[in-house]
Design a protein around this ligand. Structure first.
Ligand SMILES: *[C@@H]1O[C@H](CO)[C@@H](O)[C@H](O)[C@H]1NC(C)=O
Ligand SMILES: *[C@@H]1O[C@H](CO)[C@@H](O)[C@H](O)[C@H]1NC(C)=O
Ligand SMILES: *[C@@H]1O[C@H](CO)[C@@H](O)[C@H](O)[C@H]1NC(C)=O
Ligand SMILES: *[C@@H]1O[C@H](CO)[C@@H](O)[C@H](O)[C@H]1NC(C)=O
Length: 505
């Protein structure tokens, strides 16, 4: 069998399989390279140039053996995300995200790009040359910052999504920074494999691992803020060493996102020139026997009130926000994080140079999460356009993922449905989309693209502090209504300061 037919065959295998083949190849490459390949000093070189010289590729026969081995493995958690999406949704997605497609670099980045990682599943045509002329002329650069800790279970899915999203945004426009802090499982080993694979597709990545634990820090939040800031370090290093600036930051926790989830968050962030844009995250509640909205330690509605850990749709107290949330429409909030946050980097690059931080206890600031505090700091810096995107529902594990992303069923095939008054051939009236946890390919409504009227921030915000002095694994200070600075209550707090909207909108 010659090389050409092998690659042709590989292109036909299902996506997770292709990825795994890449993974194994990455492992083989990683092994054949000197150990300096994985050292941080590599971070800022265009790796595909330097790495090529040192590559010892596995033989075709070796690869074929790997392929055979992998074809017996089962798929990942998120492999069904975008597979079998209803045709109208696929069409909507193609049109909606076309403005995010990055130009291809003039020279092919690496040998692995011949695998066509840009040609993923239902998003196949995104990387195609037919779209290139439609792409914006000015490239938009994305910095992905990711914190991982004992994340062995989700890393393959996380990277699978990263590769696909990057293929759409343009590999050359994406930089990935991962900071892992003291995992006790095999996270570090798995990251090394992905490090090699990521570089071999021409994606720039810095993976730093640490054995530092909380011990050295007195305050719980001080440690958590430090962990997040570490993931940001390459942002400053690239600015200082190469005068390279990014246009959008994507901060991810250990979640299981689908490709279209990430694209929608980025799209909404840019569409509204939002300071911070987040998803909605869900965690299993044992007593209720259902997933509930999770991150209410950080999330605050535009009145400053905490969101509820409720199942389904009743999580907002502010009536207008609640109404929009129940229609899956973007909602302006005072603060949110929820597993993924897309940030406008301007307040990081320019005064007041925000960073993740703990509360200024000396100034009697409430001991909120480092994510709440950065939202407050964005408000004060005039970047208070903070948005929650309820369409994007995220899970931290497979169990919740399956509940919040049920498979769409073919109603026409269910006997009696039409007789009961259903309209099986109209995807816009599919009753499955009326349930809160509906199929992932819920159609977009025109309201999801419309302007949002951003209002100034609330005078007070509900804060439940966590000093972490005792052993309590959660907030340990009585909650208060904390007063907010005047600056964040002015109209100027929500005017657009940094234009990031896509061309053609
Ligand atoms: C690493 O950071 C996470 C939060 O991102 C924290 O929960 C965990 O305890 C940290 N790991 C160690 C070893 O302290
Ligand atoms: C749904 O089922 C009907 C009847 O079995 C069939 O004609 C139709 O093609 C199916 N639709 C899809 C999208 O599979
Ligand atoms: C709005 O915020 C105020 C405090 O500023 C609070 O007293 C009130 O209960 C909140 N309203 C709702 C509907 O949550
Ligand atoms: C903020 O506003 C309050 C009430 O409107 C006022 O009393 C206070 O002096 C203001 N502070 C500053 C720094 O402007």
């Amino acid at each position: 069998m010659n090389g050409k037919t092998f690659w042709a065959q590989l292109r036909r295998v299902p996506t997770p399989l292709a990825l795994l083949v890449g993974l194994l190849l990455g492992l083989l490459i990683g092994r054949s390279l000197p150990s300096s390949f994985l050292a941080p000093s590599w971070a800022f070189r265009p790796v595909y140039v330097s790495a090529r010289k040192q590559l010892t590729l596995p033989t075709i026969e070796q690869r074929h053996r790997v392929l055979e081995l992998l074809s017996t493995l089962s798929p990942h958690h998120t492999s069904e995300c975008t597979r079998n999406s209803q045709p109208l949704y696929v069409q909507q997605v193609r049109e909606r995200y076309e403005s995010l497609v990055g130009l291809r670099p003039t020279s092919q980045a690496s040998w692995l790009s011949s695998l066509d990682f840009g040609d993923f599943g239902d998003f196949g045509s995104f990387g195609d040359s037919q779209h290139v002329h439609l792409a914006p002329t000015k490239e938009h650069k994305y910095f992905f910052a990711i914190n991982l800790y004992n994340s062995f279970e989700i890393i393959p899915d996380l990277f699978a999504t990263l590769f696909r999203v990057s293929a759409i945004l343009g590999y050359h426009n994406v930089y990935v920074s991962i900071y892992e802090n003291g995992s006790s499982d095999q996270t570090k080993a798995l990251l090394r494999i992905f490090d090699a694979l990521t570089k071999s597709v021409g994606l720039r990545v810095t993976i730093r691992t640490s054995t530092r634990t909380r011990g050295a820090f007195n305050h719980r939040i001080e440690y958590l803020a430090e962990v997040r800031n570490q993931a940001f370090n390459p942002l400053y290093e690239l600015r200082d060493s190469h005068n390279e600036y990014f246009d959008t930051i994507v901060f991810m926790n250990d979640i299981l996102p689908c490709v279209d989830d990430m694209l929608e968050l980025i799209w909404q962030s840019r569409r509204h020139n939002a300071g911070i844009t987040c998803a909605a995250d869900y965690m299993y509640h044992q007593e209720l026997n259902s997933p509930v909205f999770y991150d209410n330690w950080v999330s605050r509605d535009i009145n400053g009130t905490a969101l509820e850990n409720a199942p389904f749709e009743a999580i907002f107290h502010d009536p207008h926000s609640s109404e929009r949330f129940q229609l899956h429409l973007p909602v302006q909030v005072q603060a949110c994080w929820n597993g993924v946050a897309v940030l406008d980097p301007a307040p990081f690059y320019t005064p007041p140079y925000v960073r993740f931080r703990m509360a200024k206890i000396g100034e009697s600031e409430c001991s909120a999460s480092e994510c709440s505090l950065i939202c407050n700091d964005y408000w004060e810096a005039g970047y208070g356009r903070i948005l929650m995107v309820p369409r994007v529902k995220l899970a931290y594990d497979k169990k919740v993922f399956d509940v919040i992303h049920p498979q769409r069923r073919n109603l026409s095939a269910i006997r009696g449905y039409v007789r009961l008054g259903g309209l099986p051939d109209n995807p816009r009236t599919d009753p499955q989309d009326r349930s809160w946890f509906g199929p992932h390919d819920r159609l977009f409504t025109p309201e999801e693209s419309q302007d949002i009227e951003f209002v100034p921030g609330p005078s007070h915000v509900w804060c439940w502090g966590w000093d972490g002095a005792g052993d309590i694994d959660g907030p340990d200070v009585d909650p208060i209504w904390e007063s907010m600075p005047n600056r964040s209550q002015r109209a100027g707090a929500v005017t657009v300061k940094h234009e990031r909207m896509m061309d053609g909108l």
